[in-house]
Each structure stands twice: as C-alpha cells, then as structure tokens.
Design a protein around this ligand. Structure first.
Ligand code: HEM
Ligand SMILES: *[C@@H]1O[C@H](CO)[C@@H](O)[C@H](O)[C@H]1NC(C)=O
Ligand SMILES: *[C@@H]1O[C@H](CO)[C@@H](O)[C@H](O)[C@H]1NC(C)=O
Length: 339
C-alpha cells in the first residue's frame, strides 16, 4: 500500500559576537520581491498535495526523516538566505556546503528532496524552486510528527552559488557559547526569542556522539538531578558514546518523546538533561536570563511554544538573498545548477 502512495520503489530512490549592523547590508529584506502564499496558485496548483504526499511517505517509513528535513531547511536559510544552496553537490566549478563541519556526516534527507523535485518536475516542470520545496516540506514534516501548522510564504529562487566559508561561519555549533549562538541568529535578523523557540526543533531527531560527547563528559552531571533516572540516563549516553570512538553512534535529542513534536525538549532543559551543550545553555547559562525565562514559558505553555515556533519558522524562511532574486533560477535538479 505504501508503494502505491510513494513516488517510486525504494531501490530507485537510491539511484536517483553581536553583529546586528551587518544584517542590513546582506539581507535587503525590504527591497526583495515579497514572498506570497499563493505564488504557485496558477502555475502549480497541486504543489502542496505533491509535497505532502512525499513527506508523508518519508515520515511514515521513518519519523527521523521529519527531523532531517527541518534541519536541512535551517541549514539552507542560514547560509546566503533560503536559496537551496545547501542542496548543491561539489562539482569541478562549484564548492558546495555539504563538507562544512556542521554538515559533514550529519546532514541528510537529500533523497527525499530529490523525490519531491522529481514529482514536481513531471507535474509542473521548471516552476517550483528547491528552496520553496524545503520550506513547504519542513512545515509538513513538523505537522506529521504532531507539531503546529503555519502558512508558508513562497516565491524563493535557487542560488547558482553555494558558500562553504559562510556555512562554517554562520551555522551554530553544539559547543559554542550561548552569546556566540545568539549573535549568529541576530546576524540573520532573528531574535533571542527565535533562538529559544527554534531550538525547540530539537524535540525531534538525533545527534551523533561527536556532537554531545563534551556535554556528557562535561557538565551533564552538574546540571542534572541526582536521582536514579537521571544517572542511568547519563550512563546510557556514555555507553552509546564512549570517551573515544563511536563518533557516529546516535542518541535522540529528546529521549522522552523522540518522534513527537511537543514541548518536552524544554522540560528536559528544566531537568538539566539537554543533550547538547547549546541546548542546556539556554536554561543553565549564567548569561541566559532571558533565554531561561523563555525555556520556562515554553515548558509551561505548549501552545505558546507552537505559536512562537510557527512564527519563527516563517521568519527564518523569510531570510532571503537579494542576489538569488536577480541571478537565481528554478533548478531542474536540486543538486546542480542548471547548465
Ligand atoms: C541554536 C543553535 C543550534 C545548534 C548549536 C544546533 C546543533 C545541532 C546539532 C549538533 C545536531 C546534531 C547533528 C549531528 O550530530 O549529526 C542538531 C540536530 C538537529 N537540529 Fe539543530 N542546532 C541548532 C538549532 C536548530 C534549529 C534552529 C533547527 C530548526 C529549526 C534545528 C533542527 C535540528 C534537527 C531537526 C536536528 C535533528 C536532525 C537529525 O535527526 O539528524 N536545530 N542540531
Ligand atoms: C515574511 O514575509 C512575508 C512576505 O514577504 C510577510 O508578509 C510576512 O509578514 C513575513 N513574516 C515574518 C514573520 O517576518
Ligand atoms: C555504539 O553504541 C553501542 C550501544 O548503542 C555500543 O554498544 C557500542 O560500543 C558503541 N560504539 C562504540 C564504538 O563505542
């Protein structure tokens, strides 16, 4: 039954520092053509149906796929704006972003995007940008694992460039300090509230040992409670992630409800059990007065979290790259610029 819903048999799928000021120069939001909700209404009326069907297939077959797509969208938008640059492969003439330290061995879900793109190319060829596909797919992925719905503004173009240096510079790292992470969001025109709400995406998905080793052999014991549950959870993490080796061993970021988009991530932070240093800092950092208040708010009020998350996702999706509106295109294959 699943194969009749999905676009192809599985085998085919295989083939196939505060920097506020700089913001204005890079993200000329006001002068860009605005994104609109009905951008594809006449050119590709079935767009939402097609994306939803493919994401449904992907998430039903493995809920982790929802997390992969949401993270892809985030890593796209923080580098040159939401322009599909994250999807580009290395070629002789183009250096992609896939080898950036935050992406390498880590960023996944590209085949899901390929499948959606293939479907859309047969239905409305040359119309829907890969950047827009990621935006809709991320929204649908969140809904499918129990998260909120929001309307997605559309009309992005795909870049003809990518930037490995910007991927290195702009994407936050798990062992980076809170202030540094906040400044990376401010640089994108986002706020401290957006940092805390968007980090709530870590209510789904997995992290590799490499990403949380410093945390579990560092201050995890100090931030968490001294009871048998907390202690055995930490011991379990240490067995998954020994002091040496096991780099690609993975653990759920929200071990209570790993496949459910809910606010339990914030409850974990209140218990001092955030998996990444960057997660726990939102609540435990001495510099995080404002962020810890927001953590408490979203832990207490799931609806407030859902509303802010939706808002913040739209804001993140609004990060545009003026250059891609001028020089951009609608890629035929999300992995390569058109020839
Ligand atoms: C606040 C700064 C952030 C940091 C430092 C950060 C860091 C990380 C790290 C280290 C991982 C694990 C990667 C791995 O080990 O392979 C991860 C996973 C993930 N991140 Fe973030 N992240 C941040 C914000 C966000 C935002 C804003 C979103 C989306 C709105 C997001 C969505 C995800 C998702 C869904 C996963 C799970 C992916 C999977 O299952 O493979 N993160 N993040
Ligand atoms: C996002 O952009 C759209 C159109 O470009 C605009 O209508 C909307 O207000 C923006 N939303 C946020 C939260 O910035
Ligand atoms: C990876 O994790 C498993 C437990 O999930 C553990 O048995 C194994 O030893 C770990 N790998 C390494 C190299 O430590």
């Amino acid at each position: 039954m699943r194969s009749s819903l999905c676009s192809g048999p599985f085998i085919l799928q295989f083939i196939l520092s505060a920097l506020f000021i700089l913001k204005t120069s890079l993200h000329a939001i006001a002068s860009d053509p605005p994104l609109t909700l009905d951008y594809y209404a006449s050119t590709c009326p079935t767009i939402f149906e097609i994306v939803r069907k493919e994401i449904e297939c992907a998430v039903l077959s493995d809920p982790r796929n929802a997390a992969l797509i949401v993270r892809l969208h985030f890593h796209d938008c923080f580098v040159q704006g939401c322009d599909g640059s994250v999807l580009l492969e290395d070629t002789i003439t183009l250096q992609g972003e896939k080898k950036a330290s935050t992406n390498r061995h880590s960023l996944k879900g590209f085949r899901i995007v390929d499948r959606i793109k293939n479907q859309l190319e047969s239905e409305c060829p040359g119309i829907v940008s890969c950047a827009d596909i990621l935006t809709i797919a991320a929204r649908d992925a969140v809904i499918l694992v129990g998260g909120p719905y929001w309307d997605v503004p559309l009309g992005r173009k795909d870049s003809v460039t990518a930037s490995l240096p910007l991927a290195e510079a702009n994407l936050p790292k798990p062992n980076e300090g809170l202030m540094s992470i906040i400044s990376k969001f401010l640089y994108q025109g986002l706020t401290v509230t957006d940092v805390v709400a968007l980090s709530g995406a870590h209510t789904i998905g997995m992290a590799r040992c490499e990403s949380f080793r410093e945390r579990i052999y560092g201050d995890f014991e100090a931030t968490s409670e001294k009871n048998i549950f907390s202690e055995s959870h930490l011991n379990n993490l240490k067995s998954i992630c020994p002091p040496l080796g096991g780099e690609d061993n993975i653990s759920a970021m929200d071990y209570v409800t790993p496949n459910l988009f809910d606010n339990s991530y914030y409850h974990l932070l209140l218990k001092g059990e955030g998996l990444l240093n960057s997660d726990q800092e939102l609540y435990s950092s001495v510099l995080g007065v404002q962020t810890s208040e927001l953590v408490m708010k979203y832990a207490a009020d799931p609806l407030a979290f859902f509303e802010q998350f939706s808002d913040s996702m739209v804001k993140m999706g609004n990060i545009t790259n003026s250059d891609s509106f001028v020089n951009g295109e609608v890629r035929k294959n999300c992995r390569y610029v058109n020839t």
